[in-house]
Ligand binder design. Sequence first.
Ligand code: FES
Length: 510
Amino acid sequence: MHRYPFTNSIWRQHDRGTLHPPLDTSESTEVVVIGAGIAGLVCAYELQKRGKQVTLLEALEIGHGTTGHTTAKCSVQHGMIYHKLIRHFNEEIARLYYEFNSEALTYLKSQIDEGFDCDYTTEHSYLYATEPNDELSKELDAYRRLEIDGGEATDEVQNTLPFPITQALVVRDQAQFHPVKYLRELAERFVKLGGKVYERTRATDVSQGPRPIVTTSSGRRVQANQVVITTHYPFNDLRGLYVSRFLVERSYIVACEMTSASLKGMYLSVDEKPRSFRSYEEDGKAYLLIGGEAHTAGQVTDTRSRYDRLESDAQHHFEVKRATYRWSSQDLITLDRIPYVGQMFKREPDIFVATGFLKWGMTNGIGAGILLADRLTGRPNRFSELVSPLRKTVKPTDVTSFISTNLDTAAQFTKGVVDRALERRGVQDLQLDEGGVVQIGNQTKGVYRDLDNHCHIVNLTCTHLGCTVKWNNAERSWDCPCHGSRFDAKGAVLEGPATKPLPYSERDDL
Ligand code: FES
């Protein structure tokens, strides 16, 4: 039978980093950082450099999360964000957001000068439209007001991209890199400074009060003066304060080997169906990375067609071979488009969080790591109020999003129950390499029939807050439409906020 390729991020494919051991004893330290993505590792490294004793816990492996599944553009050009921030807030807030990200990029550049090895290249960053788009002109005006180094670049892009465009903007001298190599560099240097890293160590609870205790899924405990949560979606949101403050989006990337010269620059379209382009060179081969096809997480089951559309676009416009790599990533978009970084709960001064980086986790993540390190070492940081999770500013447009997000979650909960009944079919109807909702005896289950004809059976109820998970046919995973938790075919957690696996069994007689 034709087997659809398994997904594999280009960044993870060539990762040969060391696997750090899981935590197998309980211990005490000054700071625990949970989550070894870009924000967690920058924070842990900076704290250790400033003399703190830090323990870093990672549920899976370094680079397994969102940082290992991005396009890895390090740019302050975050779509058309600046005129929107000016409109929703004011020029001062828009400027602060720009500077928060610019300083993160400067920090990264200084690390490259120190010798960080992560395939870093300086590139211009472009936004373009292929149809008339009034918003681009407003964004151009925002660049002028904020004195962003860039501006109109229509001719420039017209001469570079192999299809017609109507308008383009540029921000000069941004960067792209290999995100997993960057994480490995940070981890290696962190360990050399005396920091401790434990991989395959899933934190499941953080106690409240002074000297909080982090408990892991294997029952180990780490007590610390402060705890920093950088797990993408905060897993410890037991009071549900964050649940309704995000939109969770999933988007797709394919990498195709180019048969022509590598593409210079990083591109993002602002059309109805946005596309993102950059190139990456490795072992003498140039790849075109094309991204897009975003949707609300967990609400699409035929994800293979999303990859196919991207591959087809790449082949239509560029001289490329078939896709070599396919992967997807999940983004958390806050209601006012500004990340949440700082003290997590009002009454818990020792628990901190960094999350909600939109689709721009490279600069927002670095900025968040630096800010938290400043916060925990008593250094002033002028962006603290801007990104504080406890900020009060919610504009009317955000209220609309807030309501629709909540309604959507409630609707998904009900819809899931109905869909279970509607989609249910006989297990014999499942083909090899297919998953779905199946009736087994008098129970409704989720089943994936693998290529060896074994049936992997899971409960369909998400272990976070009980919504119904849906099969994702390209990733071979069970995805939750409510807050984006994901589970592999055997029910293990791939992505939170869930921390517990789906109950699982295997049968080869179905
Ligand atoms: Fe929240 Fe599933 S119910 S992620």
